[in-house]
Design a protein around this ligand. Structure first.
Ligand SMILES: *Cc1c(COP(=O)(O)O)cnc(C)c1O
Length: 349
């Protein structure tokens, strides 16, 4: 069987999650009647230190609702050029909220600096729509699962707030950052106005994400969720596994350990380089092996290891709940054999 390292979204719900789904008390959540959804929203709000939370079907919807609630049409959102909310959500910011995007190059810092925010800020005037939102991301997906410190998040948020601009945190993998840096989630989100996190990634739930903020903000978000088609009925059936998923926060440390082991193993293979990861996302560069990411991914797939091409020579592997340390060792062996086999026999087959 293939070892699936494409993403931490590929995990299958555990028996406990399936049982929780079956046994969940439910009601119509659009009427606010689903006790399981209400319990999940309360637990999630408490976990990230916000007044209230909203259960949403996906992280993408959570981010897009967040942007819509914070802004007016035509305004600018300031983000890192590699931000998921801008790059990987089908231009939703333009399509759903009528926003213009101003990107800054955050580089290894992964989050715009106070200076970049001040420089990128546009004041509303007769001619200019103005900056309506700053969005930051932690961990930063496209930059390799970088765990950003709470001080860095605070600095960006303080700079934005001084300009009167709210801040949204795309925390699809928020708890990976918190566990890696040993920071309480409520501390990590202290300075931001809203936060989205995914239940369906490293935490292992089959579906669902959370958008949290002030009570007033979440009430407005609830209306936008309905507008975007995300008002669900007996959603307790899927929220129940989401509640169980909150028990999986601390064990993210195992994924990080496995990712470090995977990176070290791959980095030892001739032609590959894999920097030590902060969290559960491993980036592998295959240029020295003379392999494009696409052909490297194909070789890996033939050898029974699934990953994803994320750049010309950049492949991404993710560790998760359904990958053990033994799987990681196995994956390294399979990839090593595939790479060596290919260079020795190139031309002969
Ligand atoms: C996965 C991801 C999302 C979107 O979550 P979905 O549930 O897949 O829609 C948003 N932001 C980041 C940083 C992500 O990694």
């Amino acid at each position: 069987m293939s070892i699936d390292l494409r993403s931490d979204t590929v995990t299958r719900p555990s028996e406990a999650m399936r049982e929780a789904a079956r046994d969940a008390p439910v009601g119509d959540d659009v009427y606010g009647d689903d006790p399981t959804v209400n319990e999940l929203e309360a637990a999630a709000a408490e976990l990230v230190g916000m007044e209230a939370a909203l259960y949403v079907p996906t992280g993408t919807m959570g981010n897009q609702i967040a942007a819509r609630v914070h802004t007016d049409r035509g305004q600018e959102i300031l983000v890192d050029e590699q931000a998921h909310i801008y790059k990987w959500e089908l231009g939703g910011l333009a399509q759903l909220s009528g926003l213009q995007v101003r990107t800054v190059a955050a580089g290894d810092a992964a989050v715009p600096t106070p200076q970049q925010i001040q420089d990128g800020y546009v004041e509303q005037s007769l001619h200019e729509a103005g900056t309506g939102l700053v969005a930051v991301e932690n961990t930063h997906n496209a930059r390799g699962g970088v765990a950003v410190s709470p001080e860095t998040i605070d600095a960006a948020a303080d700079a934005a707030h001084e300009l009167g601009v709210p801040v949204h945190l795309d925390g699809a993998r928020l708890f990976n950052a918190c566990v890696a840096l040993d920071v309480d989630p409520a501390r990590m989100t202290r300075a931001v106005d809203s936060v989205m996190f995914c239940l369906s990634k490293g935490l292992g739930a089959p579906v669902g994400s959370i958008l949290a903020g002030s009570s007033e903000y979440v009430e407005r978000a609830r209306r936008v969720r309905k507008l975007f088609g995300g008002g669900m009925r007996q959603a307790g059936i899927i929220a129940a596994p989401g509640l169980r998923a909150l028990d999986n926060v601390e064990r993210l440390a195992d994924d990080h350990e496995n990712a470090a082991r995977l990176a070290a193993g791959l980095d030892d293979i001739d032609g590959l380089s894999a920097p030590e990861p902060d969290t559960n996302i491993v980036q592998v560069f295959s240029d020295e092996a003379g392999l494009s990411a696409t052909s490297f991914v194909e070789r890996c797939e033939d050898a029974g290891v699934l990953g994803g091409a994320h750049g010309d020579h950049l492949t991404r592997f993710c560790t998760h709940l359904d990958v053990s340390r033994a799987d990681v060792d196995d994956a390294v062996e399979r990839i090593e054999a595939a790479i060596e086999g290919s260079s020795q026999t190139s031309g002969s087959r």
